[in-house]
Every structure is written in structure tokens, then in C-alpha cells.
Design a protein around this ligand. Structure first.
Ligand code: HEC
Length: 148
């Protein structure tokens, strides 16, 4: 009789241990997949800033709200605006990731109303990773815009 209880306790401990192990495994895997480690995110942002500098974006885009040849990047992310399509019609657009990517590769596809089609295309000059870095940088300029 005593032996049975001993085995039961051992079996229960084994089951609990296994459960704990799998719970830890899945929560760790989960956070790895959904959360970018902060260091790599800030590396991406500074890479984006360097790229924008090296590619000459700042010749036409400010990050402090001033309008240069092109619209400022301050507060650009998720900003909604009117754009002119190639056939001359006016449409609404929102500066999400896809829009920013298109603006870099094909600036003439949607011209921000009030601006001219003077931005050169950066097709074949920037990789997809470069664009992701530039977008990550532009996203950080949003916060400042919300504090006048
Ligand atoms: C010669 C000037 C010039 C340079 C250099 C330039 N741009 Fe532009 N950019 C413009 C102009 C003008 C517009 C507005 C007209 C349009 O939408 O094409 C614009 C629009 C944009 C937009 C859309 C902005 C909005 O308010 O909707 C993005 C994003 C953008 N540029 C990113 C870039 C990036 C990234 C670079 C560097 C890799 C760059 N630009 C280099 C002139 C420039």
C-alpha cells in the first residue's frame, strides 16, 4: 500500500514537471515571435536614419515639420492625405507601410497634392530591408508630431 502512494507522488510530480516545461517553452517561443527585442529595433531605426542620410532623402524631406521640396516626414506615418493619381484623379491615401514603400519605389504612382513629381525613384537602389529600416525610422517621427 505504501509503495502505491510513493509511485503516485512520483507520477504526479512528473506530470507537473512536464506541464511546467511545456508552458515555459510555448510562452518563450510566443514572445520570440511577437516581440522584437528592443536592441534590434533600435538598430533598425538608426540604420534607417543613416540610409535616409546616405541616399539624400533629407535634401527634400525634413523631420521637424518644415516643408522642403517634399512633405516633411514628421507625423507622416498613418497620416491621411489627398494624392493625385497618374490619370489626374484625386484620391485619398493613408501613409501606411505599403504607401511609404510605394512612394520610395514609384514616387509618381501617388503624388501628394500640392507637390510636384520631382522625387527620383529608388528602385534597384534600396533593398527591401533598407525600406523596412527607413519605415521603422519614419514611424519614430510620429510621436513628436502628437506633442505640439
Ligand atoms: C529631389 C527631392 C526628393 C528626394 C531626394 C526624395 N524625395 Fe521623397 N518626395 C519628394 C516629393 C516632391 C514628394 C511629394 C510628391 C510625391 O508624392 O511624389 C515626395 C514624397 C515622398 C513620400 C510620400 C510623403 C507623403 O507626405 O505622403 C515618401 C514616403 C518619400 N518621399 C520618401 C523618400 C525617401 C525614403 C527618400 C530617400 C530614399 C526620398 N523620399 C527622397 C521629393 C524627394
Amino acid at each position: 500500500m505504501k509503495d502505491i502512494w510513493l509511485w503516485l507522488v512520483i507520477a504526479a510530480a512528473a506530470v507537473l514537471g512536464a506541464l511546467l516545461y511545456f508552458t515555459l517553452q510555448t510562452t518563450q517561443g510566443h514572445s520570440r515571435m511577437t516581440m522584437e527585442p528592443p536592441e534590434s529595433q533600435s538598430l533598425l531605426i538608426s540604420k534607417g536614419m543613416e540610409l535616409a542620410k546616405d541616399l539624400g532623402c533629407f535634401a527634400c524631406h525634413s523631420v521637424d515639420g518644415k516643408t522642403l521640396v517634399g512633405p516633411t516626414w514628421q507625423g507622416l506615418y498613418e497620416h491621411e492625405m489627398e494624392v493625385i493619381l497618374p490619370d489626374g484623379t484625386v484620391a485619398k491615401a493613408k501613409a501606411d507601410e505599403a504607401y511609404i514603400k510605394e512612394s520610395i519605389l514609384e514616387p509618381g504612382a501617388k503624388i501628394v497634392k500640392g507637390f510636384h513629381n520631382t522625387m527620383p525613384s529608388f528602385k534597384n537602389k534600396v533593398s527591401d530591408e533598407d525600406i523596412q529600416a527607413i519605415i521603422a525610422y519614419i514611424k519614430t517621427l510620429k510621436r513628436e508630431h502628437q506633442h505640439p
